[in-house]
Structure formats: C-alpha cells, structure tokens
Design a protein around this ligand. Structure first.
Ligand SMILES: *[C@@H]1O[C@H](CO)[C@@H](O)[C@H](O)[C@H]1NC(C)=O
Ligand SMILES: *[C@@H]1O[C@H](CO)[C@@H](O)[C@H](O)[C@H]1NC(C)=O
Ligand SMILES: *[C@@H]1O[C@H](CO)[C@@H](O)[C@H](O)[C@H]1NC(C)=O
Ligand SMILES: *[C@@H]1O[C@H](CO)[C@@H](O)[C@H](O)[C@H]1NC(C)=O
Ligand SMILES: *[C@@H]1O[C@H](CO)[C@@H](O)[C@H](O)[C@H]1NC(C)=O
Ligand SMILES: *[C@@H]1O[C@H](CO)[C@@H](O)[C@H](O)[C@H]1NC(C)=O
Ligand SMILES: *[C@@H]1O[C@H](CO)[C@@H](O)[C@H](O)[C@H]1NC(C)=O
Ligand SMILES: *[C@@H]1O[C@H](CO)[C@@H](O)[C@H](O)[C@H]1NC(C)=O
Length: 405
C-alpha cells in the first residue's frame, strides 16, 4: 500500500514537472503567438499535463509512439482555437470504481463520459488512436447490467469543431456524443469495438447526436455493437455520408418521444452512401407511443443509396416503439413523422421481411416515400410490411395494402 502511494506521489510530481514544462513552452510560444506543445508520457496519470497543455497551447502534439495514460477525467470545455495533433495514442485507464464515481455525468439517457471537449474552433486530428480499453468494461457489465460505462469523446458545446483521421477503439459505451454543438465535422474516423471474451460490446454506438445543429459525419468505417449513427432529440441539419457500418444496429432516428413533457425534434437529416452489413437495422425511425410519454416532430429525413448485406430489418419506421399494440391504439404516438424518403436501398436481408413501415393510428405519419427499393429476403422469400400509412413513390406497390389498427 505504502509503496503504491509513494509511487503515485512520485508520478504526481513528475506530472507537475511536465505541466510546468508545457506552460513554459506555451509562454515562449505566446510571444511569437504560436504556442506549440509536445507531450511525453509521464509514466503516471497524463491527464493533468494534457489539460494544462490544452489550456495554454494552441497546438498540442502527442507524437507517434507516445501513449498518454488518462487516469482522471478530462474537462476541456470553453476553449478556443485548439488543435490537438494526436499522432500517438490516448488510452483511458479502465479503473472502473474511479470512472463510475467521477466520469462526467450526462443526464440524457444516464450516461457518463471520460472527456468533455468544447469551445470554439477545435481540431482533433493526426492519424492517432483513442483507446477506451473497453474489455474490462465489457466483462464487468456482464455481471452488472446497471454499470455506468464512459463514452470516450463528448463534444460538448463545441462550435466549429473538426475531428478527422482518427482511430477509435474499444469504447466502454458510445464512442462519440455530440452534445449541444454547432458546426461539427467528423471525417475519416475508424471505429472498432472487439471483445476478446464471450461478453458482448454492448451499447457501443458510433455516434449519438443530441441538441445539435449542422453536424457532418463522413468517410468512415465502423465495426461496433449498437447504433452506427443515432439522431437523438433535437438533431437538425445533419449530413451522414460514405459510411461502412458492420455489426451495428443501423442508422437510427430516435428513439424519440420517450420522456413525458419533453418535445423532440429531428429535422433535415440526410444519410447517403451507406454500406450496412451484419446489422439489426439499415435505415430506421423509432418513436414511442403509449400513456405518459413525450412528443415530437420528425421532418425531412432522407436515407439514400444504402447497400445492405445480412441485415435483419433494412427499412424501418416503428411509431409504436416499445409499446404494446393495444396501448399504441389507445395512445398513438405524439411524435409526428413527415416527409421521409427511403431512396435506392438495395441488398439482402437476413430474414424474409425487408421493410416494415409501421405507424401509430390516427394519421401520425405523412409524406412517407419509398423509391427504388431493390431488396431481397433470405431463403427466396421477400416481404414488405406497412401499417397505418399511405406510401408514395415508385416502390409503394411492393407493400400492397397497409393494415390499419
Ligand atoms: C468544466 O470546466 C468549465 C470551465 O472551467 C467549468 O465551467 C465547468 O463547470 C466544468 N464542468 C464540469 C462538468 O466539471
Ligand atoms: C453496478 O454499477 C452501478 C453503477 O455504476 C454501481 O452503482 C453498483 O455499485 C454496481 N454494482 C456492483 C455489484 O458492483
Ligand atoms: C485516414 O486516417 C488514417 C488514420 O486513422 C490515416 O492513416 C489515413 O491517411 C487517412 N486517410 C486520408 C485520406 O487522409
Ligand atoms: C463484421 O461483423 C461481424 C458480425 O458481428 C463480425 O463477425 C466480423 O468480424 C466483422 N468484420 C469486421 C471487418 O470487423
Ligand atoms: C427541442 O427544441 C425545441 C424547440 O426549440 C424545444 O422546445 C425542446 O424543449 C427541445 N427538446 C429537447 C429534448 O431539447
Ligand atoms: C430545414 O431546412 C430548411 C430548408 O433549408 C430550413 O428552412 C429550415 O430552417 C431547416 N430546419 C431547421 C430546424 O434548421
Ligand atoms: C431537407 O434537409 C436537407 C438536409 O438534410 C436540406 O438540404 C433540404 O433543404 C431540406 N429540405 C427542406 C424542404 O427543408
Ligand atoms: C444507388 O446506390 C448505389 C450504392 O450506393 C450507387 O452505386 C448508385 O449510383 C445509386 N444509384 C443512383 C441512381 O443514384
């Protein structure tokens, strides 16, 4: 015990020295107004030196071959003009008791995160890796299903941020949360979650977007175990393009209308050029119905040029999400869905049903368009299902007459 605490004192001292080194570089840099700081691994917790550098340098480089070991939470909010040049690796030490007690709490869907990054004009790039060291978390979650697990990166109140040319591996939970941001671009991101035990990589969403406007996610490859990209409440003006998603739950709007008294908006979303393999869903919109839930509005969402391969439900609207059929009839969803386009979706499902467009009764869906659907079910059987909706577009006839409830 004593040995450990002495050792940790030694490391804190080392970290302090590194911090003052970084500040000195920053001060020198400031005189020539180009504060560029390069970090070295301290051997202990590298969070303090990383925070200090982010606060005082305009470029923070983590060189190739360097792994920053993050043992304590990173609050990097309210910054301006920060360029994080991540060539090496940032690894989040899987000290489960520390993070469950100290990860930043995100009230929406009861989440925690390792890292809040926000402010104006932020760039995170450089070809390096964010390592969530998820295996310990996947194993711990298997015996504690209420375990809070940290999101690797939360862009928090960021305005004009770019994350590009980064690999992200083994997040304990969602990989990226975009929370209350404007003008954010993710480009060329490789996401990979793999468990080496029998325990699943649960809830490893690629991206969740919440209360954010003008977000682009493009040119990326994702191998994970939950939503590839999810548009949560108040996602507006979003472009997702050229993604290769494997093993996921698809590109999802929602779920929306979950919380009583809360109004959720998803508007102006385009997802185009998506390869979706071995997934539960392809393109999906889900909204709650039933007693004592919330309300909202989904408008102008386009899913275009999808190629699906071994996907359970390639095309989905579920406006009675997690609601019994009888409850959905009595209390139809108050999330109105309109002007939706499923255009040019091709490939193969894993079952016979390749599309399921199920709305609540009472005309809660309108302007639902299906064009150029070229989908094949498994085993030579292909079915299209719809409920309480009038479909438009050149593939509407595939669905026949929709059932009504
Ligand atoms: C993060 O730091 C900012 C600025 O220093 C502070 O205002 C904010 O309260 C901190 N956030 C959390 C969650 O600790
Ligand atoms: C399970 O995780 C929760 C939330 O992180 C925590 O409060 C609780 O103590 C954990 N339970 C056990 C048995 O470890
Ligand atoms: C994409 O990012 C990787 C690092 O993850 C990098 O090696 C590669 O050069 C980048 N591709 C482009 C086109 O910039
Ligand atoms: C794609 O997902 C499948 C099923 O989850 C998995 O077996 C396979 O290894 C994944 N492929 C890649 C390239 O990650
Ligand atoms: C979404 O935006 C609307 C309009 O600004 C607002 O009334 C609503 O409370 C917001 N909902 C959430 C979940 O933030
Ligand atoms: C959606 O796009 C239309 C057309 O560009 C625009 O008028 C509208 O304000 C956008 N909606 C939101 C919520 O930004
Ligand atoms: C629909 O959303 C797209 C962005 O996804 C936008 O370019 C277009 O203007 C919007 N159309 C309408 C009618 O709002
Ligand atoms: C349909 O989608 C496929 C796959 O993304 C694409 O190659 C093709 O060009 C698209 N067709 C049209 C007419 O846009």
């Amino acid at each position: 015990m004593r040995g450990v605490s002495l050792l940790s004192k030694f490391f804190s001292l080392l970290a302090l020295l590194t911090v003052s080194e970084a500040s000195a570089v920053a001060k020198r840099g400031a005189q020539t107004s180009e504060a560029s700081c390069t970090l070295k691994a301290s051997g202990g917790d590298d969070a303090p030196q990383f925070l200090a550098a982010a606060a005082s340098c305009s470029t923070v480089t983590i060189p190739v071959g360097t792994t920053l070991n993050i043992e304590t939470r990173l609050n990097m909010t309210g910054l301006s003009n920060l360029n994080i040049n991540l060539q090496g690796t940032i690894r989040f030490d899987p000290n489960i008791p520390y993070w469950t007690g100290n990860g930043f709490f995100i009230p929406f869907q009861t989440q925690i995160t390792f890292w809040l990054l926000g402010g104006k004009n932020i760039v995170l790039s450089g070809g390096g890796t964010l390592d969530g060291a998820g295996q310990a978390w996947y194993d711990a979650f298997a015996s504690n299903s209420s375990l809070l697990r940290p999101i690797i990166l939360t862009l928090n109140q960021a305005n004009n941020a770019v994350v590009e040319n980064i690999r992200m591996i083994n997040s304990p939970e969602w990989f990226n949360l975009v929370n209350e941001c404007n003008d954010v671009t993710f480009n060329n991101i490789t996401i990979n979650a793999v468990s080496t035990s029998k325990n699943f990589i649960s809830n490893t969403d690629g991206w969740d977007i919440y209360r954010s406007d003008s977000v682009t996610i493009k040119n990326s490859v994702i191998n994970n175990g939950d939503d590839c990209v999810s548009f949560k409440p108040n996602s507006t003006n979003i472009l997702v393009s050229n993604l290769n998603c494997n093993g996921s739950h698809g590109i999802s709007v929602g779920s929306l209308g979950q919380f009583s008294g809360v109004f959720d908006i998803v508007q102006n979303v385009t997802a185009i050029g998506i390869q979706m393999s071995n997934a539960e869903n392809g393109a999906r919109i889900k909204a709650f119905a039933g007693d004592n839930v919330g309300s909202g509005h989904v408008q102008n969402v386009t899913f275009q040029n999808f190629v699906v391969n071994n996907v359970d439900s390639p095309v989905v609207i579920d406006q009675c999400y997690e609601t019994a059929a009888s409850a959905c009839e009595e209390f139809p969803s108050n999330v109105v869905i309109e002007d939706i386009f499923f255009n040019n979706i091709s490939g193969t499902g894993s079952g016979s049903e390749v599309a399921s467009l199920d709305c609540s009764p009472d005309g809660r869906c309108s302007g639902i368009n299906v064009n150029n659907l070229n989908l094949k079910g498994a085993g030579g059987k292909t079915t299209f299902d719809c409920q309480n909706v009038v479909l438009a577009g050149n593939s509407a006839s595939l669905f026949g007459t929709c059932s009504t409830t």
